[in-house]
Design a protein around this ligand. Structure first.
Ligand code: AMP
Length: 398
């Protein structure tokens, strides 16, 4: 277990917090979705209440090591001031840290909040440069990492800074580690994983790792066709990774050897074109005509997968069941999302497109946990130790 902000006395101390304020913006730089900012509020408010002097930092977009004003954190400071109901001091220094910034942090009073400029204005940030890491660390007494979305990257603001000052997790990070780590390692059984999405190659390490832990595994979405092809079935024009068929067979064998029940679709909603308006027909998994492509799971499959979901006490879901961006091929993904919403078990959505799907169907608040990290949550599900988590101090064992 990692230490959290609850385990340290922050009163009167300067605390530097790595947040994930990498919000989507429109062409005028206006924030189109502030959920990343709102989800960092519990940590910030807690630190204010406890009398810390709060210094916030984040990246935004890819300014590639240059002070490009298109990626300034100024709009974040404004939104944060509104949400917190207090002024957030914004230091728009192109160097992020400077003598002026240092002085300003020293003048901070307990309960005040300051935001630094985009850490990726400095080239050293993504190289985990020692000097920049130390400059950041020198601003504060304690480092709090609350940016799970970048925890799989060893950068100055996520890893390097922790070399110089004590590092603990914020509430968001704690929640991610709790659900993606502890719940998956100690699940209530039956434990079901549902994998989907376009490519099997991206998810092989996740499937491999989960096969050591789950009781059953559902494979849907575009990746299912590589498994069908591997078994010699006609898949028409469906998405496939020919070079992954041997790996797919190896995964099927591993599931069998481990006693994991592996469920693939039994029917497919297919169309002739990759187009929402292309008329669709449901075919059995082993008889997709040569000029058709599978774009969603069929009705029998929905029933089969729902029954498995009803039995499970812990469910992890990563990747849509079909091309959910097209309403006519979103039915399978929606049915699975609804089944998870109804489940009495622990439901964990592993970030990325399945999180987007759950949000699209307005079911987010009915899931136990939706990971905020796309790449980071996949790496966690692969069983990797994330550098941004590894650097946090461990709890003392009592
Ligand atoms: P991933 O990033 O690997 O999780 O893949 C997500 C993408 O997979 C989404 O954009 C879906 O539209 C796509 N997808 C899901 N099922 C299919 C399918 N049967 N054919 C093509 N693309 C699919």
């Amino acid at each position: 277990m990692k230490k959290t902000i609850r385990d340290v006395d922050v009163a009167g101390l300067r605390v530097i917090v790595r947040c994930d304020f990498n919000v989507p913006q429109n062409e005028n730089g206006e924030i189109t979705d502030d959920s990343r900012i709102t989800s960092s509020l519990p940590t910030i408010k807690y630190l204010i209440e406890k009398g810390a002097k709060v210094i916030l930092m984040s990246h935004l977009g890819r300014p590639k090591g240059e002070a490009n004003q298109k990626f300034t954190l100024a709009p974040i400071a404004d939104r944060l001031s509104l949400l917190l109901g207090q002024k957030v001091i914004f230091k728009n220094d192109p160097k992020v840290v400077s003598e002026d910034v240092r002085k300003a942090t020293e003048n901070l009073k307990s309960g005040q909040v300051m935001l630094l400029e985009n850490v990726r204005f400095r080239k050293e940030e993504t190289d985990n440069g020692k000097d920049f890491s130390k400059e950041l660390a020198d601003l504060a007494h304690i480092f709090v990492n609350d940016a799970f979305g970048t925890a799989h990257r060893a950068h100055s603001s996520t890893v390097g800074v922790a070399t110089y000052i004590p590092a603990v997790s914020g509430f968001l990070m704690e929640k991610e580690v709790e659900f993606l780590g502890n719940t998956i390692d100690h699940p209530k059984r039956p434990f079901l994983a549902i994998m989907g999405g376009a490519k099997v190659s991206d998810k092989i390490p996740v499937i491999e790792n989960l096969l050591d832990k789950v009781d059953s595994l559902i494979i849907g979405g575009g990746m299912a066709y590589t498994f069908f092809k591997a078994q010699g079935y006609e898949i028409g024009k469906s998405i496939v990774e020919e070079e992954m068929t041997d790996m797919a067979l190896a995964l099927l064998r591993k599931a069998e050897a481990k006693g994991v029940s592996l469920l693939l679709p039994v029917d497919i909603r297919a169309a002739k074109e990759f187009n929402n308006d292309s008329p669709s027909v449901i075919y059995s998994y082993d008889s997709i005509p040569s000029d058709w492509m599978g774009l969603d799971i069929g009705e029998k499959t929905i029933k089969l997968f729902k029954r498995e979901i009803e039995k499970a006490k812990t469910i992890v879901w990563n990747g849509p069941m079909g091309v959910f961006e097209m309403p006519n091929f979103a039915l399978g993904t929606k049915a699975i999302a609804l089944a998870l919403a109804k489940s009495q078990g622990t439901t964990i959505i592993g970030g990325g497109d399945s999180a987007a799907a759950v949000q699209q169907f307005s079911l987010s608040d009915q899931m136990t946990h939706i990971s905020t990290g796309g790449g980071a949550s996949l790496e966690f599900l692969e069983g990797k130790v994330l550098p941004g988590v590894a650097t946090l101090q461990d709890q003392e064992i009592k």
